[in-house]
Design a protein around this ligand. Structure first.
Ligand code: MG
Length: 203
């Protein structure tokens, strides 16, 4: 992809292969409804998705409280003091996110919704063509995100889940469990996967 800002220069956890797959399915998703991501961190996945949206003259919705997930907190494995707000005594990824969206010239495309995803999902009413679940990794958070958002997908809509690790040695299990639950529900079928990104389709 030819971007003003290489998404891989943005802090984040998405591989180039995973980013390319998101971009590929975002195009299909936009033909079916809106595209939204749950969990943005500093905007790496946002750049992949929003570039496709911008080309199609569409919007990309991005939900995150920007306070970091459990595994990003001080003392945990993925803590990064460059996104620590000392005044708030909390993580704040919003300044970096905003800087990256501006640098990529995507401010007219990306609509950031800053707050708890489950609460936003409850009042959201617009049909979705694609949903990326890439939020917190506790079972409670992963499940709440799935329950709040998956029902908004239209038939044929795409559900992408990041950090799906079948082997617990590779990472936490909740995204894997949510993925399995979606497949076992009979409402979704797996259409693609690369790295820890799985793409399901709403039947
Ligand atoms: Mg992730």
């Amino acid at each position: 992809m030819n971007l003003p800002l290489d998404p891989q220069t943005v802090k984040g956890f998405l591989s180039p292969d995973e980013g390319a797959m998101l971009a590929h399915y975002a195009k299909a998703g936009l033909s079916l409804g809106e595209v939204i991501e749950i969990g943005a961190w500093c905007g790496r996945s946002t750049l992949y998705l929003a570039t496709v949206a911008a080309k199609a003259n569409r919007l990309l919705f991005s939900v995150d409280h920007h306070r970091g997930s459990e595994e990003n907190q001080p003392g945990w494995e993925w803590f990064d003091d460059e996104v620590w707000d000392d005044e708030a005594k909390a993580i704040d990824t919003l300044p970096q996110f905003r800087k990256n969206i501006r640098a990529a010239n995507l401010e007219q495309t990306v609509i950031a919704m800053v707050g708890p995803s489950a609460a936003i999902g409850l009042v959201w009413q617009t049909p979705l063509g694609m949903l990326l679940l890439d939020g917190g990794h506790t079972m409670q958070t992963a499940l709440a995100d799935y329950r709040a958002w998956a029902g908004h997908l239209v038939q044929g809509g795409l559900l992408a889940i990041h950090d799906v690790f079948p082997d617990p040695k590779d990472g936490g299990r909740p995204p894997f469990e949510v993925c399995k639950m979606a497949e076992n529900s009979g409402l979704f079928t797996r259409v693609d996967e690369v790295g820890s990104l799985v793409v399901l389709q709403r039947l």
